[in-house]
Design a protein around this ligand. Structure first.
Ligand code: NOJ
Length: 554
């Protein structure tokens, strides 16, 4: 298998608004990040992914960009950003930037021109129609907004302040490529590409089938992995990416493993890896993310196995269980109360031992949890607020059940400030934080975690170090074993003449795992999340304690 630095790396995602505030305005900023680089270096990570720091009116916390080549005032200046890049590189780490080019902000100069008249040179940079179709916005309501100046509608798959760019327009595409080259010339090390598989829309933008006669319907089949997506990515690769040794990861809701093969097969010259959403959808019912359903371990096994085996030797996986759009993984897949430490370590073991590049989301390494704010007024996320308005204020759903969905799935779970220490506002800011801090910061914080050698933080350090000294963790071939076990997710990895056995108990009960002849029968414990492990691989049955994880190597 082709060796690459980005396969051997661990990426850490920073959501700047909530990471660290250096000037007391209650909003995280770039200087704040620079001040925390030693913390990240000590964790051992290789690459930092910065969620957007560009100029933005913040309708969607920076995912609505009004100038791709300027820094958001609240986050600092371009000089601050240059300093950050320098300091990251001084510590032998890398920096990748978020690229949000499915849409811009409606306050971007291109859109301000585009909306002026139907014959404006920028008109065709966006998608305008005399009549809307029936597509629904991801953030509720119609995906079309009427604009009085010209009496036409523009398409916005996300909020109405995020008009979709028209990738059919070659001049627009070239503007985007030159902007990307401009950042790469500044020395960045790659891009995370926001909903990049949405950029090619089906010709004619047809109405979606609507058997239930709803007001609006998804429409994703007309813009997800659309007809020209591979042409655009290959063109981008040729005009930009191929000139640099960088990491590229495409965020791709709705991409199957077959799609991912096409996106990440190196011989096709598109991207290094994609973020799949399939495992993030396993605990949703038929009505989408707010329709809560318990996760079945079997579904997780089936899904992860499909991706692990599907991309092996073809493309490459990215590994994540949370980010700024998802709830906290220990609350979602573990137990954020009694077994918070054990289950956070178990989940980390499960993920970091798979084949692919692991992504750690800020606060994950100290086991930060979901939050429950009593009032809807304490929530800030446009997705939550629009959904609440549609379902409760304008619809007939009860407040209580909608709040329950928000507690379980809302994006603000991941966006409460990073918990640095037990002082006021968790040491995130000396001012009033833009969103409330999770009240559990007096127990769960980085200072405590760094001091406690048994902490989740130190366990992550160890996992990351092991990856550096054991190529099997990066390159070994995955195989699911004991697939019928309802509590234990077990798999092996094989590389050259070595084998890894990964045992993870996803339940709060003791679980049993039977060693079979064809698996690893002699080996040593590489890492585990409980002390005093007595059994070794010679025992026929291994008993795993609640959320126990063990990795054997032989
Ligand atoms: C995906 C981003 O991760 C999310 O935060 C954002 O709201 C949408 N794309 C729109 O840019």
């Amino acid at each position: 298998m082709n060796k690459q630095w980005w396969k051997e790396s661990v990426v850490y995602q920073v959501y700047p608004r909530s990471f660290h505030d250096s000037n007391g305005d209650g909003i995280g900023d770039i200087k704040g990040i620079t001040q925390k680089l030693d913390y990240l270096k000590n964790l051992g990570i290789d690459v930092i992914w910065l969620s957007p720091v560009y100029k933005s009116p913040n309708d969607d916390n920076g995912y609505d960009i009004s100038d791709y080549q300027a820094i958001m005032d609240e986050f600092g200046t371009m000089a601050d950003w240059e300093e950050l890049l320098k300091e990251v590189h001084n510590r032998d780490m890398k920096l990748i930037m978020d690229l949000v080019v499915n849409h811009s902000s409606d306050e971007h100069a291109w859109f301000m021109e585009s909306r002026k008249s139907t014959d404006n040179p920028y008109r065709d940079y966006y998608i305008w129609r005399k009549e809307p179709n029936n597509w629904e916005s991801t953030f509720s309501g119609s995906a079309w907004q009427y604009d009085e100046q010209t009496g036409e509608y523009f398409l916005h798959i996300f909020s109405k302040k995020q008009p979709d760019l028209n990738w059919e327009n070659e001049t627009l595409r070239n503007e985007i490529y030159s902007m990307m080259n401009w950042w790469l010339e500044k020395g960045i090390d790659g891009f995370r590409m926001d909903v990049i598989n949405f950029i090619s829309k089906a010709p004619g933008l047809p109405d979606a089938p609507n058997p239930e006669g709803k007001k609006y319907v998804g429409g994703g089949q007309y813009y997800i992995n659309g007809p020209r997506i591979h042409d655009y990515l290959q063109e981008m690769n040729q005009k930009v990416l191929s000139s640099y040794d960088i990491l590229t990861v495409g965020e791709m809701p709705g991409a199957s493993v077959e799609d991912a093969k096409l996106y990440t097969d190196p011989s096709r010259n598109e991207l290094n890896m994609v973020f799949t959403f399939e495992h993030m959808d396993l605990d949703s019912g038929p009505n989408g993310k707010w329709d809560l359903k318990p996760l079945e371990l079997k579904d997780l096994k089936d899904n992860i196995t499909k991706w692990q085996t599907g991309l092996h030797g073809v493309g490459w996986n990215s590994l994540y269980m949370n980010n700024h759009d998802q709830p906290r993984m220990v609350s979602r897949f573990g137990d954020d109360k009694e077994y918070r430490v054990e289950s956070a370590k178990m989940l980390a073991t499960f993920l970091h031992m798979l084949q692919g590049t692991p992504y750690v989301y800020q606060g994950e390494e100290i086991g930060m949890t979901n939050v429950r704010f009593d009032s809807i007024d304490d929530y800030k996320d446009i997705e939550i607020l629009n959904m609440y308005k549609e379902k409760v204020l304008e619809g007939s759903e009860p407040h209580e059940s909608v709040m329950e969905s928000i507690y379980v799935k809302g994006r603000d779970n991941a966006r409460t400030p990073m918990q640095w220490n037990a002082s006021d506002n968790a040491g995130f800011t000396t001012g009033k934080p833009w969103i409330k801090v999770n009240p559990n910061y007096s127990d769960i914080n980085a200072e405590q975690a760094v001091q406690d050698t048994n902490s989740i933080y130190h366990y992550y350090r160890k996992l990351i170090q092991l990856r550096k000294s054991n190529p099997i963790i990066v390159y070994g071939e995955y195989k699911l074993i004991d697939d019928a076990n309802e509590q234990v997710y077990a798999y092996t990895r094989a590389y050259e003449d070595q084998k890894l056995l990964v045992l993870t108990n996803f339940s709060r009960e003791v679980a049993e795992f039977q060693i079979r002849d064809n698996e690893l029968t002699t080996g040593t414990l590489l890492i585990g999340n409980y002390e005093d492990v007595e059994e070794n691989l010679e025992s026929a049955t291994i008993k795993l304690r609640p959320y126990e994880a063990r990795v054997y190597i032989g």
